[in-house]
Design a protein around this ligand. Structure first.
Ligand code: GFB
Length: 306
């Protein structure tokens, strides 16, 4: 990308999109197109095609998606599969119709099998059954990967697919029912401190492990790959380090000043027990995550308390 290239960031207001816009600006890319949901419904094909015909972006970061944690996915499976299939299909096809030079598609680590060798490598895709709690979302993301690869093969497009691990940071969703674990725990612990509670509820057994990547690192990886990666194969982006949920809770309790005890609600699902990405492919290209989990959580807490 040139500094004056016309760049469209789909989903510019969300966790990932806002970090990508900020990083692009900090790096000297200012010709950025953003459209609010109220201005452009990405699930409507005609609206998307009219937008692309009018604006003619040269580069597209496809960060728009319906995302959520284990309960959000498990409660609204139809919303997750419809909305994500509609958004990505419309944007990828409109990019082809309007000659977009390069598009970066954002997948998810949930595309890998529930029982996947750890750490999960790119070649493990479609090698086993998916985690039931977010299978509709995973199927939508896998369809997006395959669509990018099919357009590259048939039309010679340059659509790359980045697979991030669990992300967190400013502009995340902190709703206690639909959010991911890290923002949910930040909110729970702060509210417990404010109310003087001596117990915080953790879902599941606390024994699953997750890998967490600070969203500014994801934005840096997205820009790095847009400028340095042209392969059709998917590429993992993460820290390559995992932490058990119960230890994550202990870390967030310490950072937020909560001194009480944890209560594990086993009526809530654990989901996949282990989810850690093999990041040797992106590391071999010269990129690695820079933000430690403790520092990223502190930055997220600062933003949350503003
Ligand atoms: O982050 P999370 O909702 O999604 O849950 P996944 C991670 C783990 O944290 C699960 C536990 O074992 C939860 O039971 N957990 C403990 C909690 N307390 C809480 C809490 O208060 N809230 C939440 N949300 N979890 C997501 C997929 O799976 O992974 C997404 O649902 C996406 O679609 C994302 O793929 C990368 O990590 O299990």
């Amino acid at each position: 990308m040139e500094k004056k290239s016309k760049i469209y960031v789909a989903g510019h207001g969300g966790l990932v999109g806002s970090a990508i816009v900020a990083h692009l600006r900090q790096t000297g890319y200012n010709n950025i197109i953003k459209k609010k949901h109220s201005e452009l419904d990405l699930t409507r094909q005609e609206e998307v095609e009219d937008f692309f015909k009018k604006e003619k972006p040269e580069y597209v970061f496809l960060a728009a998606a319906k995302v959520g944690g284990i309960m959000g996915n498990n409660t609204f499976p139809a919303d997750f599969i419809f909305t994500n299939l509609a958004i990505q299909t419309n944007i990828i096809h409109a990019s082809y119709l309007n000659g977009v030079k390069k598009l970066l598609f954002l997948g998810s680590s949930c595309i890998y099998p529930k029982e996947c060798p750890q750490p999960m490598k790119e070649e493990h895709l479609l090698s086993g059954y998916l985690e039931p709690t977010n299978e509709p979302y995973a199927i939508a993301k896998i369809a997006g990967i395959k669509m990018c690869q099919a357009y590259n093969r048939q039309y010679g497009t340059r659509y790359i697919s980045l697979m991030p691990t669990n992300l967190y940071g400013p502009h995340d969703n902190f709703d206690l029912e639909t959010s991911h674990v890290l923002p949910a725990l930040i909110r729970k612990f702060y509210e417990a401190v404010q109310k003087g509670l001596d117990e915080v509820e953790i879902w599941g057994t606390g024994t699953p492990s997750r890998e967490f990547l600070y969203v500014d690192d994801l934005a840096d990886a997205a820009l790095f790959l847009m400028n340095n990666y042209d392969d059709s194969g998917i590429i993992n982006v993460g820290t390559g380090k995992e932490i058990p949920i119960k230890d994550l809770a202990g870390l967030i309790a310490r950072i937020t000043g909560f001194k009480g005890c944890l209560r594990f609600d086993k009526s809530r699902p654990d989901g996949t027990m282990l989810k850690c990405l093999d990041v040797s492919k992106i590391n071999s290209l010269g990129w690695r995550a820079a933000t430690t989990l403790e520092y990223g959580i502190k930055k997220t807490c600062q933003w949350y308390r503003l």
